[in-house]
Design a protein around this ligand. Structure first.
Ligand SMILES: Nc1ncnc2c1ncn2[C@@H]1O[C@H](COP(=O)(O)OP(=O)(O)OP(=O)(O)O)[C@@H](O)[C@H]1O
Length: 257
C-alpha cells in the first residue's frame, strides 16, 4: 500500500505539531521516523492510521483519501496492548474475530502465527505469565495475523532491554520479509532505524519538519552496523546528541545492567 502525506499541517488548538509534511511511502517500503520527544512523530502515525485528521493537507492510501481507521492499516504501540484476561492465543485470534472470522478458525491461525514468532507452547499462557519480550512477540503476531497492508509501529520495542530488542527486531524483519507490508516505524533507537529501515526521516523539534532524509535501501544489514557509523553520527548530531555522550550513555547502561 502506498501512503501519501500531502502538505500536511496539524494543530491541536494553538499548538502546531506538524508543519507542511509531504512524503510518499512506497508499497513495501519501511520508513523510520526519528526525532526529539514530543515533536509530532506519533501524531503522523495517527494521521496515517486515520485516527487523527490533518488540519490542512491530505492523507492518502493507495491514492484515496482516508476515511477513518481500517484494519488494513494496523497500529502497534510500545506498551503491550494485550488483554490480561485472555491467553496469548486468544489475544492474537481476537484481531481476526473483529473481522468476523469464525472463532475456531481464528484460534487455529493464532497458533500458527505464535509459532512464527517462536511462542509455540506458550499459546495458553496469560500475558502476565510471560516476559515483556514475549508479550511483544505476541503483539507482533496479532499485528500480522490480519495481513495488514500497512503497519504503523510506535516505539514497538521501546520498553525492552537492548538484547531482547535486537531479537525482536530480527523477528519483525522476518515477518516483514514474508508479508511485505508498508511500514512506518517511530523509534528513539537510531540503531533500530539503521537496522530495519529502507529510509530514515530525521525530524526537528516541534513543529516537526524533516531535517534530513537518509536512504538505506538495498543494504543487507546485520546488527553490526559499523559501516553505518558516519550516518549514525550524523543522525545523532541532528538530534543534538554528540557521539561521546552517546558512548558514555552506552557504557553507563552496560555498567548498570
Ligand atoms: N490528541 C491530542 N490533543 C492535544 N495535544 C496532542 C494530542 N496528541 C498529541 N498532542 C501534542 O502534540 C505534541 C506531539 O505529540 P506526539 O505524541 O506526536 O510526539 P512524539 O514525537 O511522538 O513524542 P514522543 O517521542 O515523546 O512519543 C505533544 O506536545 C502532544 O502533547
Amino acid at each position: 500500500m502506498k501512503l501519501s502525506f500531502q502538505n500536511i499541517e496539524k494543530k491541536f488548538s494553538d499548538l502546531k505539531v506538524i508543519e507542511n509534511f509531504s512524503r510518499e511511502i512506497q508499497d513495501g517500503e519501511l520508513v523510520a521516523l526519528v526525532g526529539p520527544s514530543g515533536c509530532g512523530k506519533s501524531t503522523l502515525l495517527h494521521i496515517a492510521a486515520g485516527l487523527e485528521k490533518p488540519t490542512t493537507g491530505a492523507m492518502l492510501a493507495d491514492g484515496k483519501p482516508l476515511d477513518g481507521p481500517h484494519p488494513e492499516r494496523t497500529l502497534m504501540f510500545q506498551e503491550n496492548a494485550l488483554y490480561p484476561w485472555l491467553t496469548l492465543a486468544q489475544n492474537v485470534a481476537l484481531a481476526l474475530e473483529f473481522q468476523k472470522v469464525d472463532k475456531q478458525d481464528a484460534l487455529k491461525q493464532a497458533h500458527q502465527w505464535l509459532a512464527k514468532v517462536n511462542l509455540q507452547s506458550f499459546e495458553n499462557y496469560y500475558p502476565h505469565q510471560v516476559s515483556g519480550g514475549m508479550r511483544q512477540r505476541a503483539a507482533l503476531a496479532r499485528a500480522f495475523i490480519s495481513h495488514p497492508k500497512a503497519l504503523l509501529l510506535d516505539e514497538p520495542f521501546g520498553a525492552l532491554d537492548a538484547l531482547t530488542r535486537m531479537t525482536l527486531q530480527d523477528a519483525l524483519r522476518e515477518l516483514i520479509r514474508e508479508a511485505s507490508p508498508t511500514v512506518l516505524l517511530v523509534t528513539h533507537d537510531v540503531d533500530e532505524a539503521l537496522f530495519l529501515a529502507d529510509r530514515i526521516l530525521v525530524f526537528s523539534q516541534r513543529p516537526a519538519t524533516v531535517l534530513k532524509e537518509f536512504n538505506l535501501a538495498h543494504h543487507e544489514k546485520t546488527h553490526d552496523l559499523s559501516e553505518f557509523a558516519p550516518m549514525r553520527r550524523e543522525i545523532l548530531g541532528l538530534l543534538g546528541i554528540h557521539a561521546e555522550q552517546d558512548e558514555a550513555a552506552a557504557i553507563l547502561e552496560e555498567v548498570e545492567a
